[in-house]
Design a protein around this ligand. Structure first.
Ligand SMILES: [Zn+2]
Ligand SMILES: [Zn+2]
Length: 438
């Protein structure tokens, strides 16, 4: 597995979780493009009949009638031959988000399958550069300008090698296949352009004072990037700060921690790199990855009736609210993202109660049946009668946590002709682009 803080001198391999125990999946099918390209371990599972149907049976696997604790498909050569793949289905994409669905994955490299607490665990093991090609394509459509694909690949490589989060280490893999880590859909959408992007930037990462940058990124900052410490616990990181996503001096420097400024900001459409002024809404569809619903990323609106809001908060927070009276912002980061709010509601005894929701992640989890686009929003109370609103409208900015590179903003910069180093130093000021392995 990848080690935190180590700068590899040669290309490492990476372990990617494809089916996770939390999916509670108990069967899966595999098709190998050509069986002789793989060593099948253990040997007694070698069979010519495809597909392999794999089921969980107590603590072991049943594979086309044979039992084993584990199955390892080891690809004999490690090259990028797209004719040699393992097709796996079904696999969850968009886990827990509003676009969750089941897909088929085509994988380069090896595949290990085992049982973890009664459910399947499948891990794809492949050379890092092959993983990065697939990530660049899954995160953004390959129709994107080369500068964006190159920048995205360098950022993805840096994030993986900085390896700060290690969310899945105890399960024996480095990253999962989803937005929790980086979206990875095998070779499903892999194009020539993404392969060229990885080859052209092979081994290149961002360094800050000799360490690989924890290069976070999200879909759209909404015009202002957020600081690391607003979203996650921990110290300030010098290259992950609040920053206008504009050309130099392209906009007044507003602190969006203030309610007045946040409201002014969210209800306007400043011409940032990620705004429709730079990347028109209808052209966005041709650049975005294929998993998202066609969304309004820069500015958006969500409406709830009183009963929908009450039901949602009762469900998500286990409140026993009868009416929601008010949603009060308590603290915002410099991009306007809320990381603390207070809900005023009445309970069954008509008493007024308060409940705090803390952290950007928790706020996004609570205010949407699946997951809210971002926590940079203001709340309008409409049709108020007896102090109880009949409706709530959430008006918001951006998509994702907003820290580090803004993917749509980087697209805007690339479309305007900015080169890769300019894009990277815009989002990670003070970082240096360096090749760490040949
Ligand atoms: Zn993950
Ligand atoms: Zn942006």
């Amino acid at each position: 597995m990848l080690e935190r803080g180590q700068i590899p001198g040669i290309e490492p391999t990476i372990r990617v979780g494809i089916i996770l125990p939390e999916d509670r999946q108990t069967n899966v099918s595999l098709d190998l493009s050509n069986i002789p390209d793989y060593q099948i371990i253990p040997k007694h599972l070698q069979t010519e009949s495809q597909p392999y149907h794999i089921e969980v049976e107590q603590d072991s696997l049943r594979i086309n009638g044979n039992r084993s604790d584990k199955l390892h498909l080891r690809r004999l050569d490690k090259g990028i031959d797209l004719g040699k793949i393992i097709e796996v289905y079904p696999v969850v994409a968009g886990r827990g988000f509003h676009w969750e669905k089941k897909i088929r994955l085509n994988l380069l490299g090896d595949l290990e399958i085992m049982v973890h607490q009664g459910a399947l665990l499948a891990i794809n093991i492949l050379p890092l550069e092959q993983y990065l090609m697939c990530v660049a394509t899954s995160e953004m459509n390959a129709a994107c300008p080369p500068a964006l694909i190159h920048a995205q690949t360098i950022v993805a490589r840096s994030w993986v090698l900085a390896n700060v989060e290690q969310k899945h280490r105890q399960l024996g893999f480095d990253v999962c296949n989803d937005d929790c880590c980086q979206r990875y859909q095998g070779t499903n959408y892999l194009t020539r352009q993404a392969q060229v992007g990885a080859l052209a930037t092979r081994g290149e990462v961002l360094l800050y004072e000799g360490s690989i940058c924890d290069a976070r990124y999200s879909k759209s900052c909404g015009g202002m990037t957020e600081s690391f410490e607003t979203i996650w616990d921990g110290n300030t990181i010098p290259y992950l700060q609040v920053r206008r996503d504009f050309e130099d001096n392209g906009w007044e420097d507003l602190s969006l921690s203030s309610e007045t400024n946040a409201a002014r900001w969210i209800t306007s459409t400043p011409p940032a790199f990620c705004s429709p002024a730079t990347v028109p809404g209808d052209s966005l569809a041709q650049y975005l990855g294929s998993v998202d619903e066609a969304g309004r990323y820069y500015r958006w609106k969500v409406n709830y009736t009183q009963s929908q809001m009450t039901e949602l908060l009762n469900l998500k927070l286990g409140l026993q609210a009868v009416n929601v009276i008010e949603i009060i912002p308590v603290s915002r980061g410099g991009s306007g993202r809320l990381n603390r709010i207070r809900i005023r509601y009445t309970d069954r005894n008509r008493e007024i109660r308060l409940r705090e929701v803390i952290s950007e992640y928790e706020i996004r989890r609570v205010f949407h049946t699946r997951f809210l686009y971002s926590s940079a929003f203001i709340v309008d109370r409409l049709a108020v009668e007896d102090k109880i609103p009949g409706e709530f409208t959430l008006r918001g900015a951006g998509w994702g946590h907003g820290v580090g590179l803004c993917q749509i903003g980087a697209l805007g910069m690339a479309l305007k002709g900015y080169a890769v180093p300019a894009i990277l130093t815009h989002y990670y000021p003070g970082s240096e682009l360096t090749k760490i392995y040949p």
